[in-house]
Design a binder for this molecule. Structure first.
Ligand code: FES
Length: 205
């Protein structure tokens, strides 16, 4: 007689793994298109049966670039402004260019210095700039809109306050957009760069 169950792997454990896979696939399908992140996550699951975190795209020193791969200078990436005018930026890849996969997209905002309040990580802001993941924590749409000075997700209407750590001010999302701590390169024309990875998980929570 044959069986699908390896002798050293009880049914209960296999069932738990199946549930983990189903949960991840559900989150991915809710997020829309299957991105490179989704593919790598599935690959990690199929090989080991465990949920594996993908490598962080932002680490200390990775420069922020636009979609064409042009590095951004603190002086003029966004003009100083009282109003919310976010731009989408990405991590620079080794050798130049932008990594434009979904989970890498970041909303860069700028307000007058001193505007930010907790729970914003103030040490992760620079020259009035703050940066947050663009991936909505509800079901993973791109947060593409604004509503007054709130970041607005057009899929189901969630709003996030960029002056207070991108906390949720209107649901259905329940978790803030994770902040990306940023600084400037002193010896490199004041180019904007990450000073670490995102401060929380990216995507649906
Ligand atoms: Fe539902 Fe953003 S994906 S509010």
């Amino acid at each position: 007689m044959t069986t699908d169950t390896p002798p050293d792997e009880p049914h209960e454990e296999i069932e738990i793994k199946r549930r983990q896979v189903a949960k991840i696939l559900a989150a991915i399908s809710g997020a829309g298109a299957v991105s490179a992140f989704s593919v790598s996550a599935i690959a990690g699951l199929s090989e080991s049966g465990k949920i594996e975190e993908p490598e962080p795209l932002f680490v200390e020193g990775v420069r922020l670039v636009d979609a064409e791969g042009t590095p951004l200078r603190a002086a003029d990436a966004i003009p100083p402004n009282e109003n919310l005018e976010p731009i989408t930026v990405y991590p620079e890849q080794e050798g130049g260019g932008a990594i434009t996969e979904d989970r890498a997209a970041v909303l860069l905002v700028r307000f007058p210095e001193g505007s930010y309040q907790e729970p914003t990580n103030l040490d992760g802001t620079v020259d009035g700039y703050a940066a947050y993941s663009k991936v909505c924590t509800h079901l993973g749409c791109a947060v593409n809109g604004t509503e007054g000075n709130q970041l607005y997700c057009q899929c189901h209407g969630s709003q996030f306050d960029p002056l207070q750590g991108a906390e949720v001010t209107s649901g259905p999302a329940t978790s803030p957009l994770p902040q990306l701590p940023i600084g400037v390169a002193d010896d490199d024309g004041q180019l904007l760069l990450a000073t670490g990875p995102f401060e929380g998980p990216v995507g649906p929570q």
